[in-house]
Design a binder for this molecule. Structure first.
Ligand code: NAD
Ligand code: DAU
Length: 354
């Protein structure tokens, strides 16, 4: 079949990527969706079992850092659009191992840009390179009501955010220097199903389920702006199709929470869903040494995206967090497989024999 578009989604086996792949495969049967993922510890093909047999979906195991492989992939699938999510994404890991973050996030993004530049070769009509980034590139805010806008100066603090900032700059440089039709978005903290349980929300839900300590960094006073992952995927769809070339769009939930307040809501909701008496898990809260360089507050002003493309978050936080908690508690098998490492055998048993 001749597809209307051939879209490469990188990192599609990860948390946000799997929601984006699912949305595109289901919504656009006339697009071929190629999911390229290295299947690191964070990539899990079990996140996509519901769509993996659809005719317009292909999975390719590969590494964005391998330029020759990326060029061959563009050639094989005649790629005309890229939605680039593949990355090392966890701040705590970046503090322990910054080199891996520089390699994947900077060199990997550069390889993809170069592959697009070589294969599209100045013929940019109908092409798009969309880079998914984070609000962490803007640095940290005080408790003064200010927000990050698209013109806030970059000021990354962690090795993770420094690597994402660098990759954003490379994307813009390919637009300004070679005319590559790029677009960038910077999003706040996502939550929802299929997030690897090293991140705050799934880690704490799983620990509550098992009566294990909840390690709160510092005093729990840091603030994050939370967005339900399907709302992020909807924004990505909109920006991919309607965003202006060369532009940046901020995406956020207008939903700031102090960590400790969020944790209390999680405990209350999880205890309710589990049928525990109110307050049963309160004593699990354990204050631990703060994260090095812990950014105090993030807050995204997503009004440009609302004004220009009409996007806004669809889910109220109380609804989203209860839905998320129920999902993790109802999908204990998924959680057990991820925490035991069992999910990593899925590729060998299913895909490599096809
Ligand atoms: P994730 O860690 O859950 O998934 C990352 C995926 O990338 C995994 O499937 C992994 O296997 C793959 N990958 C890693 N290295 C690769 C390589 N060299 N080649 C090919 N694939 C590789 O991450 P996530 O939370 O879904 O984040 C996805 C993107 O969105 C990242 O670019 C991240 O910076 C950005 N982002 C995340 C959030 C958030 O709250 N999670 C917020 C804003 C932006
Ligand atoms: O803001 C967007 C970013 O959000 C993304 O770019 C990153 O990929 C994503 O991982 C996320 O980064 P954070 O560092 O904000 O997320 P994390 O879930 O690791 O932590 C959320 C907050 O909770 C943060 O202030 C640190 C704190 N925390 C985290 C963990 C894992 C704890 O107090 N205890 C914990 O055990």
């Amino acid at each position: 079949m001749d597809y209307k578009r051939n879209i490469l989604i990188t990192g599609g086996a990860g948390f946000i990527g799997s929601h984006v792949v699912r949305l595109f495969v289901n919504k656009y049967p006339d697009y071929r969706i190629v999911n390229l993922d290295k299947l690191t510890y964070a990539g899990n093909l079990k996140n996509l079992t519901d769509i993996e047999k659809k005719p317009n979906y292909s999975f390719v195991k590969g590494d964005i850092c391998e330029l020759d492989d990326m060029i061959a992939l563009f050639e094989q699938y005649n790629i005309d659009g890229v939605i680039h999510l593949a990355a090392e994404s966890h701040v705590d890991r970046s503090i322990k191992d910054p080199f891996t973050f520089a390699h994947t996030n900077v060199m990997g993004t550069l390889s993809l840009l170069q592959a697009a530049k070589i294969k599209w070769d100045g013929n940019f009509n109908g092409k798009r390179f969309y880079h998914i980034s984070t609000d962490e590139v803007y640095g940290a805010l005080q408790f003064d009501g200010s927000m990050f806008t698209e013109v806030t100066k970059y000021d990354p603090h962690s090795p993770y955010s420094a690597s994402k900032a660098s990759s954003d700059h490379f994307v813009r440089s390919y637009h300004d220097t070679y005319g590559l039709p790029t677009v960038v978005s910077n999003c706040s903290n996502n939550y929802g199903p299929y997030q690897f349980p090293e991140k705050l929300i799934p880690l704490f839900i799983n620990n509550i389920r098992h009566g294990k300590p909840l390690p709160v960094y510092g005093k729990g006073e840091n603030v994050r702006d939370w967005l339900y992952v399907e709302d992020h995927a909807r924004a990505i769809d909109l920006i991919f199709h309607e965003g202006k070339t060369g532009e940046t769009y901020n995406i956020g939930g207008f939903n700031e929470w102090k960590n400790i307040d969020l944790i209390k809501v999680m405990i209350k909701t999880a205890d309710k869903v589990l049928g525990n008496p109110e307050g049963a898990s309160d004593s699990l809260i354990t204050y631990v040494t703060d994260r090095a360089g812990h950014d105090l507050r993030y807050a995204i002003d997503a009004s440009k995206l609302n004004r220009e493309l009409g996007w806004k978050p669809s889910l109220q936080f109380e609804e989203g967090i209860e839905k998320t908690i129920r999902w993790y508690l109802d999908n204990q098998e998924w959680m057990d497989e991820v925490t035991s490492g069992e999910y990593q055998r899925y590729y060998e048993n299913t895909y490599s024999n096809r």
